[in-house]
Design a protein. Sequence first.
Length: 491
Amino acid sequence: MAPVSTSAEQTEQKTAPSTQNESPATHVVVMGGGPGGYEAALVAAQLGARVTLVERKGLGGSAVLTDVVPSKTLIATAEVMTLVDDSVELGVRFPDGGPAADPEGSVTVDLAKVNKRVTALAQAQSADIARKLRSEGVTLLDGTARLDGPTRVVAELSSGETQVLPADVVLVAVGAHPRVLPSAEPDGERILTWTQLYDLTELPSRLIVVGSGVTGAEFASAYDSLGADVVLVSSRDRVLPGEDADAARVIEDVFTRRGMTVLSRSRAASVERTSDGVLVTLSDGRTVEGSHCLMAVGSVPNTEGLGLEEAGVRLTSSGHIRTDRVSRTTARGVYAAGDCTGVLPLASVAAMQGRIAMWHALGDAVTPLDLGTVSANVFTAPEIATVGVNETQIESGEVVQGQVVKLPLAGNPRAKMQGIHDGFVKLFSRRGTGTVIGGVVVAPRASELIFPVTIAVENKLTVDDVAHALTVYPSLSGSIAEAARRLHPKR
């Protein structure tokens, strides 16, 4: 984290009223500098509040420093490697025969250089956030914060100084950290959490990924594309159990076709370090050997020891902070945002929770958070993007009179030109009205293709509205318009 001001003199100068007759500005104290925290700070400053933000590990939080930005930067390199592998079909020739002739491929990855770029970009993004906050008049304190009742925050600064911050409004945005199993303690060298992967200087010869949720699947996909031998251990009957079933099947098929070993219905009981690698013991007694092991078994909110419950902030049984749709906690004047709330572990959601909290607290116009319009993406190869209602809700009757159309990308002319064989577009509408209520896209850069579906869901457009919009020919987005045409309400 870039140096931040910690002196009482600087804080006093920053917060003093401009005139004797002017009432002091509302003081907002933000605990945590991730997307929920820094976006809230920017909104509060824009609305005229005096803002102090306390962060101990760097502006941007884990999203910028150890999670979203680093992982997606790593995945960007993995995407290039996937394109290289798939380019032989398009007629690309390599001097030594390339992937078609050599199982090891003609292109390799310098992981030390990749990870150096990953960490440099993360630090640069963090510094950009710090500059933006300072330019908006936000006071930044380098340290940890805890509540001392609902109207006071105690900041323990890295300098050793303690500051007591009276607060009119508090936003708790302290994030979460990787869950650790007692039988698989990370050592930062062979047994790793996803925050420790970027210290590797050489590609693992055999990476065992424990956990097949979004984080596990993304890193398994990335390291497979980078050239590592990957074993994915999944306790469920399929990878990505929380995603669309058809989408998960596509990803698992791609994984196995590209040589990844997927162990379904297999729970890791323990992970031990050996002389030159790791030994993963499964609950049924089987063992798997590898050079490294990535533990991706969920996360734990950073809510312990912050004085939350003593201040009247109610927690769930998992330790997450209970919030309503405008980010209020059960303590008056205390709001919360981000992964510590357990709402949706997405940076976009955390940022919106933080903005909504400040709009509400400072009396601006506010619309409560609507998770039904949140788009999400799994950065595997291919990607999975979703928004709105899912097919399970339609099949169960939770969403009445929903209808579904699914179009494989293999029939799309642009997909044929690009050699894309895997993936589909799936669109959901309400029978009768034809209103678009959700969708799934499985494709390269699905994160970009989901946007028109998100606009349709957000603005309650009909399938005819979508179908009548002209698309470029040829384009992958043409499949979205085609799906909408097939959902045209029957008279």
